[in-house]
Design a protein around this ligand. Structure first.
Ligand code: HEC
Ligand code: HEC
Length: 284
């Protein structure tokens, strides 16, 4: 029985596009605006325990044309949404009549924040994503409606916060009070889902560099999020990406904002520790 499903999975990978290039990742260098030097290949974190010989940004698996769009803010279509978020940052909302700027000054005050999220929040006793923290500010400090998880307004603001950390290395904590959530995320990462019995690891750990249909598989890192996708011409959140990936295995999936996806976000971020924050990146 198992053999048959595995054959379906094997066939998926075999339907590969043109000439497979061994190893997959190219040797290009990523510099943004001619002055932000990006680390796109890094030493694997100890917890990976040899699972990846090198940690490689998804940027290396995209075509030259897609790569180039990320190299200059004037060409990066994601920056339009960052500009929209800059406006929202300065706009008062909610019963307290406050804007983000009233408490946080310039968005540049958020430099470094993206590198450590998801992060344990002591007072709340939970691991929080940036979106959860922003909604906490909206509900409890501004008296405003929370944003729906991965809705455009939330993603655009997350992209603004990410953009001011570009070039800084991802550095989420996997130990201490965050460890339990991290372990839950790890378990999800290695669980085989759906009719095709595929785990995240089946594609992003065992088959990166190979083609699946016409798509060049990366290691599935999240340092580039939010991601502008040419496919839907908007910024995309991590949980929406996870959802799409799980759907491709023909499985039922968790919802954006669910505790399972928060845990997965932490675990996947930790696999990419050491890679520069790229968000908003450009992908196909
Ligand atoms: C009335 C003041 C106030 C407003 C308005 C406010 N915040 Fe906050 N924000 C805070 C405080 C205080 C903290 C620290 C809370 C904590 O550590 O638990 C914080 C923390 C954060 C953090 C986490 C920073 C870190 O270092 O971990 C983010 C991200 C954030 N706010 C985003 C926003 C955004 C986006 C808005 C507007 C939509 C906003 N905040 C509006 C007071 C505010
Ligand atoms: C059937 C194969 C497959 C499975 C299983 C799969 N993905 Fe993906 N994933 C893809 C493809 C194809 C892409 C687009 C090309 C790329 O970046 O790898 C992608 C992209 C991604 C990206 C974006 C990478 C970037 O640089 O923008 C992330 C993050 C990701 N996947 C995470 C996951 C997680 C987490 C799981 C498990 C819940 C998962 N994927 C399961 C095929 C898969």
């Amino acid at each position: 029985m198992k053999t048959r499903t595995m054959t379906v999975a094997a066939a998926l990978f075999a339907l590969s596009a043109p000439a497979l290039t061994a190893g997959g990742a190219d040797d290009d260098n990523l510099t943004i605006n001619g002055n932000i030097e990006m680390t796109t290949k890094a030493e694997p974190a100890a917890h990976l325990d040899g699972a990846l010989p090198e940690v490689i940004s998804g940027w290396h698996f995209r075509s030259d044309e897609t790569q180039e769009l990320e190299m200059d803010d004037f060409d990066n279509p994601g920056m339009i949404f960052v500009d929209q978020a800059r406006e929202a940052w300065n706009t008062a909302e909610g019963s307290e009549g406050k804007s983000c700027a009233d408490c946080h000054n310039e968005p540049e005050s958020m430099a470094g924040v993206r590198t450590v999220y998801p992060k344990w929040n002591e007072e709340a006793g939970e691991v929080r994503t940036i979106q959860m923290q922003m909604n906490d500010c909206r509900e409890n400090r501004m008296g405003a409606e929370p944003w729906k998880y991965d809705a455009s307004a939330a993603i655009n603001m997350e992209a603004l916060i990410s953009s001011v950390s570009r070039g800084m290395p991802m550095d989420v904590a996997t130990d201490g009070p965050a460890q339990e959530t991290w372990e839950q995320g790890k378990e999800i990462y290695y669980t085989r889902y759906g009719k095709l019995e595929l785990a995240c690891a089946s594609c992003h750990e065992l088959n990166y560099g190979n083609y699946i249909r016409a798509d060049h598989l990366s290691q599935g890192h999240t340092n580039g999020f939010p991601t502008y996708r040419l496919k839907n011409a908007k910024l995309n959140g991590q949980h929406s990406r996870f959802k799409g990936c799980v759907r491709d295995t023909r499985a039922e999936t968790f919802s954006p904002g669910s505790p399972e996806f928060v845990a997965l976000e932490l675990y996947v971020a930790s696999r990419g520790n050491g890679l520069s924050v790229e968000g908003p990146s450009v992908r196909n």
